[in-house]
Ligand binder design. Structure first.
Ligand SMILES: [Fe+2]
Length: 266
């Protein structure tokens, strides 16, 4: 169970998986690792498309501490798996195996999201969600920021798996960077932009980043995250304020609800 006051005070909380969920996450994760070792051209055959709730494969190759250095695949429950007839048969099997398992994961995640929202007192919130499979590359240097500080733009974010340390959050009180690792077999819930608006500041969107550790440099880092968007809550006003990661870390921690609302399109 996710504890409301932990989310309120520290900005995150954990809850153990159900047995059914454990199997689904592990299977999807195994297939994601297999997908990642495919040649780059074949992964790019399912390119990312859509707005910020899109589907598909994305590659970002920022190096030397500048920008993000990762590949990811986003998938939502309504995704129609394409026939992939033109693919090389061996690659096709590998891609379909991944898409099948990933799709199952998006479906079993839906009741989990409803449960978490209920535990946070947000029963009325209509939502959509998608699952992102991440692979941070091993070519970074220790200390490099492989995901720059930002808050997530949806309502809540549920971390389903992390293979290694590296996730850091900016603490509410001292504004210092703290490490946290999702324990195996647990979800970690963090508040994002829309829940801060919806709760009028009771929950504050947690600023976080990913920093390369020795383990990441040697082995890379795999993660699976579920992003939840509230349908009837205003969204971040990107045309006016630009990318969320350009706002200063912690900008939203000590401001009034009225000031925070300015950042959303009402
Ligand atoms: Fe994030």
């Amino acid at each position: 169970m996710i504890c409301e006051s932990n989310i309120q005070k520290q900005g995150y909380d954990f809850s153990p998986y159900s047995d059914e969920f454990t199997g689904v996450v592990n299977e999807a994760l195994d297939q994601w690792r297999m997908f990642c070792v495919l040649p780059e051209y074949s992964k790019k055959l399912i390119p990312y498309h859509g707005d910020d709730m899109g589907v598909g494969y994305e590659l970002k190759q920022g190096r030397g501490g500048e920008g993000e250095s990762k590949e990811n695949f986003d998938i939502e429950p309504g995704y129609q798996i394409p026939a992939l007839d033109t693919f090389d048969p061996l690659i096709r099997v590998r891609v379909l195996n991944f898409l099948d398992k990933a799709l199952v994961l998006t479906k079993v995640t839906e009741p989990l999201v409803s449960k978490v929202l209920k535990e946070l007192g947000l029963v009325e919130c209509e939502f959509v969600h998608f699952v992102r499979f991440l692979h941070y590359f091993s070519y970074s240097r220790v200390g490099d920021s492989i995901a720059l500080p930002h808050i997530d733009k949806g309502g809540i974010t549920i971390h389903l798996y992390e293979s290694a340390e590296g996730f850091e959050f900016l603490s509410y009180k001292k504004k210092s960077w703290q490490k946290v690792l999702v324990p195996k077999g647990n979800i970690m819930v963090i508040p994002s932009l829309q829940i801060q608006y919806e709760s009028r500041g009771k929950f504050r969107a947690l600023c976080h980043r990913v920093t390369a550790t020795k383990d990441v440099v040697e082995n890379g880092r795999f993660a699976v995250v579920c992003f939840v968007r509230f349908m009837n809550t205003p969204r971040y006003n990107k045309p006016k304020f630009g990318q969320l990661r350009t706002l200063s870390p912690g900008f939203n921690y000590d401001i009034s609800h009225e000031k925070f609302s300015d950042f959303l399109k009402v």
